[in-house]
Write a protein that binds this ligand. Structure first.
Ligand SMILES: Cc1cc2nc3c(=O)[nH]c(=O)nc-3n(C[C@H](O)[C@H](O)[C@H](O)COP(=O)(O)O)c2cc1C
Length: 188
């Protein structure tokens, strides 16, 4: 699969079947993050790979209500960092950007391996950090839900989520978010 095919194949599916988690898989995914570019090569990202059933069950309790589909996860990857881990240039803080890039590369590799890697923001950060032993001053940016795509739609999903299993949620057209040469025409 080439990069374009992998990007096109990636979906945030919510109907998951179990998948075997191995150290090899974790290292394979981590390697993609390891070689991601970052400002001044600061490598701000941190990942915690959770597949211990007891810890997973604790994490399930701090997910937002609409994220109960994630209880089928075989692994969850906690992505965390803090501003000081990366370049701060005036008001530009690069830690979220660089950690986001590393996360995207990891998600694409998971996709290439036939896995679902679905990032979520719907969780309670403070208790989740406590469960995972993440230091107070750091931001738990996302949890990536890992599993295999199930053809059987998970009955816990809302109607719009069920629709999302069938078709990709609509996107803006390209001309709504790109500009050529200048964002605004000169006023004079
Ligand atoms: C930062 C971020 C947070 C998200 N949080 C949630 C979430 O809490 N629950 C959920 O079901 N999906 C979540 N999603 C998935 C998006 O809803 C999904 O990517 C979007 O609807 C587009 O669908 P697609 O990824 O299948 O193209 C999140 C995605 C991102 C990137």
């Amino acid at each position: 699969m080439n990069v374009k095919e992998t990007i096109e194949k990636r979906r945030a599916y919510r109907s998951l079947d179990p998948v075997e988690i191995t150290r090899d898989l974790i290292e394979d995914l981590a390697e993609m993050a390891r070689i991601t570019p970052s400002c001044a090569n600061k490598q701000p990202w941190r990942f915690v790979f959770i597949y211990d059933k007891k810890i997973l069950n604790e994490l399930f309790k701090v997910l937002s209500k609409g994220n109960n589909w994630a209880e089928k996860a075989s692994m969850i990857i906690g992505v965390f960092s803090e501003p000081e881990n990366d370049c701060i240039i005036g008001e530009r803080l690069y830690y979220l950007f660089d950690t986001g890039m590393a996360t995207a590369f990891l998600i694409l590799r998971a996709t290439e391996l036939g896995l679902i890697a679905h990032p979520i923001a719907g969780f309670k950060e403070t208790p989740a950090k406590k469960i995972l032993g993440i230091p107070k001053e750091m931001r738990l940016i996302t949890l990536i839900i890992i599993g295999k795509h199930s053809e059987i739609v998970n009955p816990v999903l809302s109607d719009s989520m069920k629709l999302g299993e069938k078709q990709r949620p609509p996107r803006k057209s390209i001309d709504e978010f790109i500009y050529i040469d200048k964002v605004k025409e000169p006023t004079i």
